[in-house]
Design a protein around this ligand. Sequence first.
Ligand code: URA
Length: 270
Amino acid sequence: MTPGDALLDELADLTDEVRSLVEALARSGHREVEKGTGDPAWPSAGSAPAPRRGSSHPPGPRPAPLASDEDAEGAWSRFGGTGDPAARLEALRQRVEACTRCPLASTRRHVVFGEGQPGAILAVVGEGPGAEEDATGRPFVGEAGQMLDRMLTRVLEMKREQVYIANVVKCRPPGNRDPTPAELETCRGYLEEQLAIVRPRCLLALGRHASRFLLQSEQGIKTLRGTWGAWHGIPVMPTFHPAYLLRNPADKMLTFQDLKVLKARLAGGR
Ligand code: URA
């Protein structure tokens, strides 16, 4: 296949995606797709109806009874912890980078601790590092990371630097296999400590592993996504993992809806 053929294939895929998004928007009663976001795969942040308090929600997301910011603050306060959060996070990073508690320590190139600042209003939780993250020590820097960046900027209208990003396991499972239950359990405390220091107002769980882990559920992501859950009283919005969306672009519409619900809540809506 020549580069020209590949480009034409890509254009054909994009055209199909635009068509299915427009059809889905029309089915949900929305007639206009705003122009000019530059990525036909993500409607612009303003283009779908925001959830209204007490309204029945478009397919998928159903707002749960919501905690206020004060409630989230109350929930976090039970974790305790004193001292400068940036210093505590840095001390934790050093401990995690020296971790040898599970066999992943012997195959990793880098520990991928996470990125972002204490006080970020949103924490994004992924599964575990892939090859590029293992090579660089940074979360979500591969293709899935680029998709995550588009989800953040084009739908949530947030920059990557405004959110905290971490994974449930900090070292790459070889060959990108799923983390084992033992690996997830061994790493659990690190994520919990990270979140307790950062104290985000909401959590975005990407994919099956992060969602099941945070929500203590055995359900699949297709069941969990789009419905608010809670982790120690902190609201969690589960949605598809960006790597899944790369393979299943038609489901971007569902993630778009989930992110809109999250966005409304972060903006103070219910
Ligand atoms: N997938 C994840 O779940 N996390 C990363 O950091 C990269 C890819």
